[in-house]
Design a binder for this molecule. Structure first.
Ligand code: HEM
Length: 503
């Protein structure tokens, strides 16, 4: 009897949850709402499609329903919009905000106390610090630290392989780890990184677990801390490394100022030790989770397209004389590497499912450029799917996926290059964008100067397939992906070092 009752309750609950969006439509809809596309899967809605291929899935819905439609995902209504001009105009509306969305996102993702991320005043100061200390003179300091760290990692690795000269590794693991240390050196300083290099468990492994826990928590996976016990233990271990940062120990101005803010008399009551560690760890996560995998794809594309690699080598020779390798980290020099920049933008364009989001803080209406209207309910998330534009055949040719390494280099007497959106837009555009592109440039320049790399598991057919479409993993969702399941070994490499003074 009890089991029948339980089964009945479960069926009733699942039915209610799968019909909830339709029931809400009856009571809460506002005028001019875009078409709602229903999924009967409760809570996660179209989550599976989004994990597999968001670009293909959202692209097919735009093709069918036009520039705007609504889907249900993780118990929220997501209003997709592919009209860039209208989105940019909508950003100016005081009815839309990123703050609440961002704060909820962080509280969920990190399992920190809500008060540590929901104080609006504190949040604004923090974002200002990010925008201020990731540019200008501070950017040169960050770049130099990235350069120093990459050189140190390469030399350490080169020392280990001196005897047999050639080593094998997975490209994404090798450069992912190098960039993690480089990003950490930029933000937290050399002694922090030296300590991490020498402490077990391995910092890179803990970072990967932090990223996994971030995703599980964002999606509120039930019983996650029991089902993924070791992941959450490792997250705690990772967070502890940031919980009591020593100040004035070589950290960046960004980390110095955020740490002082968290511990200031005005705000310290909002934080536990775990909250502070988790938020500091998140600064590193923001700095590396996209930069590292996207750098790796940029390197993969260069290895797959010898003409692009040759052009970049030539550019480096012309712009950075071999006698002055320190110029590699100066932002003015890096800004002159236009071909390399174009290669990086082209690689990111081909894989990154860029979105920009704002949440409606009250019921509102957006007027589009074509004079149509879009009604939003309070709590709706308006999402601009920039990647739709990145694959528009009218802008990028009949085969928009094709890799054209110099696509973004301005050419005389040729039509202007279409703009792409890699780092969001408006006042919340990514503050780390200059540093991220500089880091990727420094990595590629150092690889070209100091490494010989070859894929070991890729046939010519595999290479051709990768040139047509990279096997990108979209399931990470909160970060950029590496190769999708079953493809990682294709990116195993053998490599050796050259031109190093190993004193
Ligand atoms: C290739 C690497 C990167 C990509 C593709 C990327 C992309 C983005 C995107 C799309 C946004 C949202 C913008 C919007 O809402 O319109 C964003 C925001 C942000 N990014 Fe990045 N990012 C990268 C690297 C970095 C780095 C290196 C840092 C710094 C350590 C960073 C810190 C942030 C922060 C703090 C925000 C929130 C900004 C705000 O709300 O005002 N990102 N990023």
């Amino acid at each position: 009897m009890l089991s029948i009752l339980l089964a009945f309750i479960v069926i009733a609950l699942v039915t209610y949850l799968s019909l909830k969006p339709l029931i809400n439509n009856l009571f809460y809809s506002v005028p001019h709402e875009p078409e709602y596309i229903h999924s009967y899967i409760p809570y996660i809605g179209f989550g599976f499609e989004m994990f597999k291929d968001p670009i293909g899935f959202i692209g097919s819905l735009h093709a069918k329903y036009g520039k705007a439609f609504v889907i249900y995902l993780t118990s929220k209504r997501w209003v997709y919009l592919s009209d860039e001009q209208t989105y940019l105009k909508a950003l100016k509306s005081s009815d839309l905000s990123i703050d609440k969305f961002f704060m909820d996102f962080l509280a969920n993702a990190l399992d920190v106390s809500r008060q540590s991320v929901t104080d609006e005043g504190l949040h604004h100061i923090q974002m200002k610090q990010f925008h201020r200390y990731l540019a200008g003179d501070d950017l040169n300091i960050l770049n130099k630290r990235v350069y120093d760290s990459l050189i140190e990692s390469m030399k350490l690795d080169a020392k280990i392989i001196q005897d047999d000269q050639i080593k094998t590794a997975n490209l994404f693991d090798l450069f992912g780890e190098l960039l993690l240390y480089a990003g950490a050196e930029g933000l937290y300083g050399h002694s922090f990184v030296t300590e991490q290099r020498n402490t077990s468990p391995n910092f890179f492994k803990l970072f990967q677990e932090f990223e996994q826990a971030f995703k599980l928590s964002v999606f509120r996976i039930p019983f996650r801390s029991i089902l993924y016990k070791s992941t959450f233990q490792n997250r705690l271990e990772f967070v502890k490394r940031f919980s009591s940062l020593q100040l004035n120990n070589g950290e960046s101005k960004l980390i110095n100022s955020t740490e002082k803010l968290y511990r200031s008399d005005k705000y310290k009551h909002l934080f536990t030790q775990y909250d502070i560690g988790a938020l500091q760890a998140t600064a590193l996560f923001a700095g590396v989770a996209n930069t590292a995998p996207l750098s790796c794809w940029a390197v993969v594309d260069l290895l797959l397209h010898p003409e692009a690699l040759e052009a970049v080598k030539q550019e480096l020779k012309e712009k950075i004389p071999s006698s002055s390798s320190e110029l590699i980290y100066e932002k003015e020099t890096l800004a002159n590497l236009k071909i390399l920049e174009s290669c990086i933008h082209e690689s990111i364009r081909r894989v990154f499912n860029i979105i920009s989001v704002r949440e409606a803080i009250r019921n509102t209406t957006i007027e589009c450029f074509d004079k149509t209207k879009i009604g939003l309910r309070k709590g709706d998330v308006l999402i601009y799917s920039g990647f739709i534009k990145h694959f528009d055949p009218n802008l990028f040719g009949p085969n928009p996926y094709e890799y054209e390494y110099d696509r973004f280099v301005k050419k005389i007497n040729q039509p202007t290059v279409p703009s792409i959106m890699l780092f969001g837009c408006g006042t919340h555009m990514c503050p780390g964008r200059f540093w991220a592109i500089n880091e990727i440039k420094i990595l590629v320049a150092l690889i070209i100067q100091h490494m010989d790399i070859q894929f070991i598991n890729m046939t010519e057919k595999d290479k051709d397939e990768c040139r047509k479409k990279l096997p990108y993993d979209y399931s990470k969702f909160v970060a950029s992906g590496g190769p999708k399941k079953g493809y990682k070994h294709k990116f195993d490499i053998k490599y050796s070092y050259k031109n190093f003074d190993m004193e």
